[in-house]
Design a protein around this ligand. Structure first.
Ligand SMILES: Nc1nc2c(ncn2[C@@H]2O[C@H](COP(=O)(O)OP(=O)(O)OP(=O)(O)O)[C@@H](O)[C@H]2O)c(=O)[nH]1
Length: 184
């Protein structure tokens, strides 16, 4: 029987509660958005298969609860991830400051050398912006990782129609040409 996919990538989204992790995944996997806020309980995942140069790439995207009380559950999933996406909200300074803590959590719980990516979500809310893009860009550079601003609401940078590569492919190759990222 033919295999359902050629490659499997496991990605994990982390970040403070309410920054939009679930919405980003729903936009990415189902091209949908909802304004209602239902906080994630523990952990959840969605799957999307993309076709790249004739290869079927299965993306398993894990959604973690941002709330502190779920930390023991969520950190247990770090080790299995090939890529970890750190998300903050551009209208919420605290969520950006906490990125340092999420970085620390990766160091303590994930496999050494795991690929990381920083996303500043809710870019559609420019009028309420608290975190300048330059500041996040600087932080990303300090950690040697890539950074994008996204909007799960408007789809900005959560679009499959750019490079055609999954985020993990860009993460792995560090392909700077594809300035957009498929998930972020
Ligand atoms: N304007 C705007 N609102 C967004 C965006 N992404 C998410 N939201 C809203 O922000 C709220 C929280 O979104 P979630 O995706 O549930 O946040 P989360 O990070 O998964 O939260 P936890 O599950 O508690 O960790 C919801 O009311 C969403 O509608 C965005 O890009 N733009």
């Amino acid at each position: 029987m033919a295999k359902a996919y050629d490659h499997l990538f496991k990605l994990l989204l982390i970040g403070d509660s309410g920054v939009g992790k679930t919405c980003l995944i729903i936009r990415f996997a189902e091209d949908n958005f909802n304004n209602t806020y239902i906080s994630t309980i523990g952990i959840d995942f969605k799957i999307r298969t993309v076709d790249i140069e004739g290869k079927k790439i299965k993306l398993q995207v894990w959604d973690t609860a941002g709330q502190e009380r779920f930390k023991t559950i969520t950190t247990a999933y770090y080790r299995g991830a090939m890529g970890i996406i750190l998300v903050y909200d551009i209208t919420d300074e605290k969520s950006f400051e906490n990125i340092q803590n999420w970085m620390k959590s990766i160091k303590e719980n994930a496999s050494a050398g795991v690929e990381r990516l920083l996303l500043g979500n809710k870019s559609d809310m420019e009028a309420k912006r608290k975190v300048p893009g330059e500041q996040a860009d600087k932080l990303a550079r300090e950690h040697g990782i890539r950074f994008f601003e996204t909007s799960a609401k408007s789809s900005m940078n959560v679009d499959e129609g750019n490079s055609g590569k999954p985020p993990s492919a860009d993460l792995k190759t560090g392909d700077k040409k594809n300035a957009k990222c498929s998930l972020g």
